[in-house]
Design a protein around this ligand. Structure first.
Ligand SMILES: Nc1nc2c(ncn2[C@@H]2O[C@H](COP(=O)(O)OP(=O)(O)OP(=O)(O)O)[C@@H](O)[C@H]2O)c(=O)[nH]1
Ligand SMILES: [Mg+2]
Length: 338
């Protein structure tokens, strides 16, 4: 197959492991194969992307369905500690747990997932847990669709629960919401003044809210915060949201929390919302991918690239407006497709 971007061709393929090995490994839940497959999904090299598609096609349709849990919240709220504590609870029960991150490079505390890995001490040493260190090129783009693909690869590798930690800013939040079954917001104990400061979007998007660090001197504050949030949600017209207190440090409330999460899943499944949301998400990523490909084609295909360049020049010298450029381009596309 001809590569859309001729520049991709000159680059060396980054991975040497054979396709059959990765296919076999993924089916058996082998972590090295999973890691390699995720690397392929993050690669900017066309051959790597093609190899990944080949692998996915060889595996065929996957029956197993993972539960995906997005974890977001302000820096230092305890996202990694929470995943460590709750994830450890799950692996001890025999579940397989994977942990991924969205855009860890932009964390204010500079907490890359490599750093996070050390904060997931219990989980990172367990055989049933897969923690994905962040690639250094994450910020080069393609982050968001590749995280979605990474989730699917964990699903292929038979992981029961997939946690995705996000730093809680802008675009990555919206993307996270489009990827997970349960969007969980972690909050700090506090007077509640900070409630004003919690982005409205987070409140709207959140399915579960956990006031973390419910221990020591902050315990009472955490309980108050939970009550306050429950009140806010009670008065809200949209779907019911659950609020919990938790301490990733003490892990006393884990069973209660697990019951709450299971109840949430059960109710969502019963109402049809669970499947509905997954369908909507598939539709979103489908459209996203198709748009990406159209964009790639129009930018790199020789027929369009020259015209785009000419139109851009005219626009930048104020000869035409972007609106006009768009129309000219669209009409010429139609013409070429005839
Ligand atoms: N007392 C107490 N401390 C906690 C709890 N959970 C986390 N911490 C502490 O809070 C600090 C930050 O925890 P992390 O788990 O790294 O927080 P994070 O939200 O992942 O941080 P970033 O990834 O850097 O945004 C660490 O020093 C933890 O030990 C908790 O439940 N109780
Ligand atoms: Mg963290």
């Amino acid at each position: 197959m001809e590569s859309i971007n001729p520049n991709y061709k000159s680059k060396k393929q980054a991975l040497t492991i054979s396709k059959d090995d990765i296919v076999k490994g993924l089916k058996n839940g082998d972590m090295l194969s999973l890691s390699k497959a995720i690397s392929l999904s993050e690669s900017q090299i066309q051959e790597d992307q093609d190899l990944l598609i080949d692998i996915i096609e060889s595996i065929g349709q996957v029956q197993h369905r993972s539960i995906t849990i997005g974890i977001t919240g302000p820096p230092g709220v305890g996202k990694s500690s929470f995943i460590d504590a709750y994830g450890y609870h799950l692996v001890k029960k025999g579940y397989k747990v994977a942990v991924l991150a969205i855009d860890p490079t932009s964390s204010i505390t500079n907490g890359s997932i490599l750093g996070d890995k050390t904060r997931m001490e219990k989980l990172s040493f367990h055989n049933n847990a897969f923690i994905r260190p962040s690639p250094s090129s994450l910020h080069l783009g393609g982050v968001i669709p590749s995280t979605w693909t990474a989730i699917k690869l964990c699903e292929i590798a038979n992981y029961d629960f997939i946690f995705i930690e996000s730093v809680g800013v802008g675009q990555s939040e919206i993307a996270l919401h489009k990827m997970v079954d349960i969007y969980t917001v972690l909050l700090l104990p506090g007077s509640g003044d900070e409630l004003q400061g919690i982005k409205k979007g987070l409140i709207e998007m959140g399915d579960l809210f956990i006031v973390n660090k419910c221990d020591g001197a902050q315990k009472e504050l955490a309980i108050q915060k939970k009550k306050m949030l429950a009140q806010v949600f009670h008065n809200a017209p949209n779907k019911i949201k659950s609020v919990f207190t938790y301490s990733s440090l003490l892990q006393e409330n884990t069973i209660n929390l697990e019951k709450g999460i299971n109840k949430y899943i059960e109710e969502e499944k019963k109402s049809g919302e669970w499947e509905n949301r997954r369908k909507q998400q598939l539709n979103f990523w489908f459209e996203n991918e198709i748009m990406n490909q159209i964009q790639k084609l129009s930018k790199h295909h020789p027929i369009f690239a020259a015209q785009l360049e000419a139109l851009k020049k005219k626009t930048l010298t104020n000869e035409i407006l972007p609106l006009q450029a768009g129309k000219i381009f669209y009409l010429s596309l139609l013409e070429k497709l005839k």
